[in-house]
Design a protein around this ligand. Structure first.
Ligand code: PLP
Length: 343
């Protein structure tokens, strides 16, 4: 595996690196602000960069203040969600997913909500937006519960003019190495709430606030969740590359849609970012494993009991066809791909 990165974009990155050396800012400089601005424009929300997706979730939950409160988290997700809840002092309550989209089930959410529920995390798993997101958002609003969106997989997905982070109080994107827009490490919190966004600027920097040259520490829980200038510069370039990466993925997905019958079926109008291409009960010769496998289920890691039959079913019945950017066989015809992939 090499890191696919075209010469044209390498040059852009090197140019930005030079600008950093000349700026004398290793961190908290122009690249960070530019990356935040451009990402915010792309997702049509306010955006603040953080060190990774998990720290973004921790920041959101710390702001909401879930201490001693229950936070409903999908069982079928990455462990980062439960860990972020614990970081912020909340109790993790695992909920089930739907078989259709692998994302949080509205029906199970309704069963798990109590008077002590302060927040819910929806994870847009696999690159599409959770199919029940509008209903979940309406339910959370009615109950006065914060909706937090884990946007680690959702880059490039749109549904009726909205992307990840539009439905809840805030969302956290990840730019980890395997993601659709990788920086190696990095994250972005997005929100419409300006107070929260201002708060993140201090929280990600040990709670440090500078007023007229004087430094104040008013937060007890701030930590180092900063993103440095070099990662931010790469973020600017990666954001420029993102439409090309998405187009590449969608072209391959178009062929897969004709090859695979039993797969995640997107609802009308949904545009997926195809972080993964998920098929059910189809033996594959070439595959990239599972989005989350049986050992990833939250209740298993936490060694606790949870009534989550669909989450268990999903781990036993799905696989992913290769759709990572740069996969060498992506240019093959539909017939060639069928022979290459199907048993
Ligand atoms: C669903 C999900 N949430 C959160 C994360 C955490 O992101 P990061 O590794 O950037 O902390 C990941 C993966 O890394 C993920 O897959």
């Amino acid at each position: 595996m090499i890191i696919p990165f075209e010469e044209e974009y390498r040059k852009k990155f090197y140019e930005l690196e030079n600008q950093i050396f000349e700026s004398n800012f290793w961190s908290e400089g122009k690249m960070l602000r530019t990356f935040e601005e451009k990402f915010g424009e792309y997702v049509k929300l306010g955006a603040r960069a953080v060190s990774n997706g998990g720290s973004g979730l921790a920041a959101i939950l710390s702001y909401i203040n879930v201490e001693g409160k229950d936070v409903i988290v999908p069982d079928n997700t990455f462990w980062a969600d439960a860990q972020a809840v614990k970081y912020a002092g909340g109790n993790v309550i695992f909920a089930d997913c739907n078989k259709e989209d692998l994302c949080l089930s509205l029906e199970d959410l309704k069963r798990k909500v109590t008077d002590n529920t302060k927040a819910v995390i929806v994870v847009h798993i696999g690159g599409h937006i959770a199919f029940q997101i509008e209903e979940i958002a309406a339910f959370c609003k009615e109950k006065g519960i914060y909706l937090v969106e884990d946007c680690a997989h959702v880059h490039g997905a749109w549904w009726n003019g909205k992307t990840g982070g539009h439905y809840g109080f805030a969302g956290a994107y990840s730019f980890y190495a395997t993601k659709t827009m990788p920086l190696g490490d990095g994250g972005m919190v997005v929100s419409k709430d300006q107070d929260f966004l201002r708060w993140v600027e201090e929280f990600r920097n040990y709670g440090k606030e500078v007023v007229d040259g004087h430094v104040y520490y008013r937060m007890q829980n701030g930590f180092n969740f900063r993103l440095n200038e070099f990662s931010a510069a790469l973020g600017i370039v990666q954001l420029e590359r993102l439409p090309m990466i998405l187009e590449w993925k969608r072209e391959l997905a178009g062929k897969y849609d004709r090859i695979f019958q039993n797969r995640v079926m997107l609802p009308e109008g949904m545009i997926s970012g195809y972080y993964k291409y998920i098929v059910f009960d189809t033996p594959l010769k070439e595959e990239t494993g599972q989005v989350f496998g049986s050992g990833d289920l939250g209740h298993r890691i936490a060694e606790t009991e949870a009534d989550v039959p669909n989450s268990i079913w999903v781990t036993e019945h799905h696989k992913c066809a290769p759709i990572y950017f740069g996969w060498e066989h992506a240019g093959k015809s539909e017939d060639e791909l069928r022979v290459l992939l199907m048993r």
